[in-house]
Design a binder for this molecule. Structure first.
Ligand code: DGL
Length: 272
């Protein structure tokens, strides 16, 4: 039994989709969420920058006494997980492995599609995880950099968004995927639009939900669950003013978001 908070971080507020899944699955847990809104987006940045930012942000979660650190960002999970695992004094969970596992379990024709930011796709992280689980799997990937801004504009059910999705996904559908991994924490809000574009033939794998399940398994394994009946809760801190997604997430995810705190990133604080 452990009443310390689960530390969750993202480049901005996109990781609130993971928080929503965690709140639903683990209502007794306290969550401390930190969004690096001063430096979002991570999706177009280099691997070394994303590693450095992730270590600096995770250090703040350790100061907040986090019992585990959840990397609620596909870009940071793709590029910084090994460094975080090496340097943090607590267990670290990213979104890539849980999403890959769920995709391999879901596919019937062993052909999986993955969409994400440019950095996530370029890293090849999903391909590595998927191939480790099934070396014969076929994988079609596509970076979709226009989707995050459309989601932040709250154009979730919009003709223009449908057209952009159609254009991005057309090659993946043509190649024959039957499962699509939503490899960015913003994308769960596009589930309706993606389902419209793909129909019932393609299953959607939401990394937020699968990450929450992996967190529950880890807490059980380490006997780190909060005592049942404890009042769980959510604290949100940002490194700058909220980005647009906060408003969208509050409405679409129906998350209780109290007062937002501010945290300063101490450059070089990270144990690189
Ligand atoms: N949260 C990021 C991800 O899941 C998307 C936003 C960004 O580019 O920082 O990849």
């Amino acid at each position: 039994m452990d009443e310390r908070p689960i530390g969750v971080f993202d480049s901005g507020t996109g990781g609130l989709t993971v928080v929503k899944a965690l709140r639903d699955l683990l209502p007794d847990e306290k969550i401390f969420y930190l969004g690096d809104t001063a430096r979002v987006p991570y999706g177009g940045k280099s691997a070394s920058t994303v590693e450095r930012y992730s270590l600096e942000i995770a250090d703040i979660l350790i100061e907040e006494n986090a019992k585990i650190v959840v990397v609620a960002c596909n870009t940071a999970s793709s590029l910084a997980l090994p460094k975080l695992e090496k340097h943090l004094p607590v267990a670290v969970i990213g979104v890539i492995r849980p999403g890959a596992r769920a995709a391999v379990a879901a596919t019937r024709n062993d052909h999986i599609g993955v969409i994400g930011t440019r950095a996530t796709i370029k890293s090849g992280a999903y391909e590595r995880e998927l191939r480790a689980l099934n070396p014969d799997i076929r994988i079609s990937v596509r970076a979709c950099p226009l989707l995050v801004p459309l989601i932040e504009e709250a154009w979730l059910n919009d003709e223009l968004t449908d057209r952009v999705i159609g254009r991005y996904l057309e090659p993946l559908v043509r190649e024959g995927i039957d499962t699509l991994v939503l490899g960015c924490t913003h994308y769960p809000l596009l589930v309706d639009a993606l389902s419209r574009a793909l129909g019932e033939r393609v299953k959607l794998v939401d990394s937020a939900h699968n990450c929450a399940t992996a967190v529950r398994e880890l807490l059980d394994r380490q006997e780190f669950r909060a005592p049942s009946g404890t009042l769980g809760g959510l604290e949100i801190a940002l490194t700058d003013t909220p980005d647009n997604f906060l408003r969208v997430a509050r409405e679409a995810l129906q998350l209780e978001i109290g007062e937002i705190q501010l945290r300063e990133v101490l450059h070089g604080a990270a144990t690189l």
